[in-house]
Design a protein around this ligand. Structure first.
Ligand SMILES: [Zn+2]
Length: 308
C-alpha cells in the first residue's frame, strides 16, 4: 500500500492532478464532525460478539419504514450520489469512499423487506442488515479505487494523463449499450465479492440470501451501465469487460479498436488497489439522531490513517 499523499505529490509534479475540476462529483463533507471512519472490525462481527452501542430506535424505525414501503424507488439515488468514491486525482488528501447513512438505511431496509422470517427491528437482525448493506456499497465504490489505481500505473509508466481524459470523454458521457462499463463492473463486484469477504462469514444465512436477491432485482433497474452488472458476475464476462475498460482508460475512447486481450497478462496486478481504501471509508451524517455510530470509529479515529 502507498500513502495517497505520496501519489498526490507525484501526480501533481507530473501535472495530472485535476483538483477543483471534478465537475458534478459529490464533494466530501467540509467538517470532520459530519463523518467518521468505518470500524471494519466491528462491521465484521455478528451482534452476539459485538458489544458496541445499540442501534437507536429512530434508526430501527427508518429501517422498518424502508422495508415495508413495498417498492425500490428510494434506491435510485443510492449509488454514486449518496455513496460515492472521491478519487485522489480530484480530491487529493480528501480521497476515499463516502457513504451517507441514509443510503445505508435505505439499502438495509430494502434487504430487510425480503427477509422471510426474522423481525428486522430485532437488534441482531438490524445489525446484520446494516453491515450487509455497508459491504455491498463498499464493494461498488472500492472498484472505482481499483480503476483509479489502474490509471495511475498507466500514467506513471507512460507519462501521459489518463484518468481525467477517460473521465471526461468516456465515463461521464451517457449512451451506448452496457456503458459506462466501469459502473457495470462495479455493480458486478457487489455480488462477486459477497462470496469471498471474510467479514461477511458471520452474517446470518437469511440476510445473505435476502441481500443477493435484493441486488439481483435492484441492479437491473438502475441507469445505463449500472444495470448490466448482473450480466458480468461470472468470471469470463467480468474479465472481458475489464479488458474493454482498460483500453478505454488508455485511449480515452469508448470504442477502442486495439487488442484488448493483451490486458489479461497484467490485469490482475494493474487493478490492485494502491491505497488502503478500507481505512478511508467514511459514514457521512454520523451526527444525526438516527446515527448508526456502532459502525464507526470514535470521531478522533477518523482520518488517522497513519495509525496502522
Ligand atoms: Zn459507481
Amino acid at each position: 500500500m502507498v500513502a495517497a499523499g505520496r501519489i498526490k505529490d507525484v501526480l501533481e509534479d507530473m501535472g495530472f492532478l485535476a483538483m477543483g475540476r471534478q465537475g458534478n462529483w459529490p464533494i466530501p463533507p467540509e467538517s470532520s464532525r459530519e463523518y467518521a471512519a468505518v470500524n471494519w472490525s466491528s462491521a465484521g462481527m455478528a451482534r452476539t460478539k459485538n458489544r458496541g452501542a445499540e442501534i437507536p430506535t429512530s434508526a430501527l424505525e427508518e429501517l422498518e419504514a424502508f422495508a415495508t414501503s413495498g417498492h425500490d424507488d428510494q434506491l435510485s439515488e443510492v449509488l454514486d450520489i449518496w455513496a460515492w468514491y472521491a478519487p485522489i486525482h480530484f480530491f487529493g488528501d480528501q480521497w476515499g469512499i463516502y457513504i451517507r447513512q441514509e443510503a445505508l438505511l435505505i439499502l438495509a431496509g430494502r434487504i430487510g423487506g425480503r427477509l422471510t422470517k426474522d423481525k428486522i427491528t430485532d437488534q441482531s437482525t438490524a445489525w446484520d442488515l446494516l453491515r450487509s448493506a455497508l459491504y455491498a456499497l463498499y464493494f461498488h465504490e472500492a472498484f472505482h479505487h481499483y480503476v483509479e489505481s489502474f490509471a495511475i500505473r498507466l500514467e506513471l509508466i507512460e507519462n501521459e494523463s489518463r484518468y481525467e481524459p477517460y473521465h471526461n470523454t468516456v465515463h461521464r458521457q451517457s449512451g451506448g449499450e452496457g456503458e459506462p462499463v466501469e459502473e457495470a463492473l462495479a455493480c458486478a463486484e457487489m455480488l462477486r465479492r459477497e462470496r469471498k469477504e471474510s467479514g461477511l462469514k458471520t452474517l446470518s444465512v437469511d440476510v445473505r440470501r435476502a441481500t443477493r436477491q435484493m441486488l439481483k432485482e435492484w441492479i437491473p433497474s438502475l441507469p445505463d451501465g449500472y444495470r448490466n452488472g448482473v450480466d458480468l458476475v461470472e468470471e469470463t464476462s467480468f474479465k472481458a469487460a475489464q479488458n474493454r475498460l482498460s483500453s478505454q482508460i488508455q485511449t480515452a475512447r469508448r470504442d477502442s479498436t486495439d487488442k484488448e486481450l493483451r490486458w489479461r497478462l497484467i490485469r490482475r496486478d494493474m487493478y490492485r488497489g494502491m491505497c488502503d481504501c478500507r481505512s478511508h471509508t467514511y459514514l457521512v451524517g454520523t451526527g444525526s439522531p438516527s446515527s448508526v455510530g456502532g459502525l464507526c470509529l470514535p470521531a478522533s479515529g477518523a482520518k488517522s490513517s497513519g495509525s496502522r
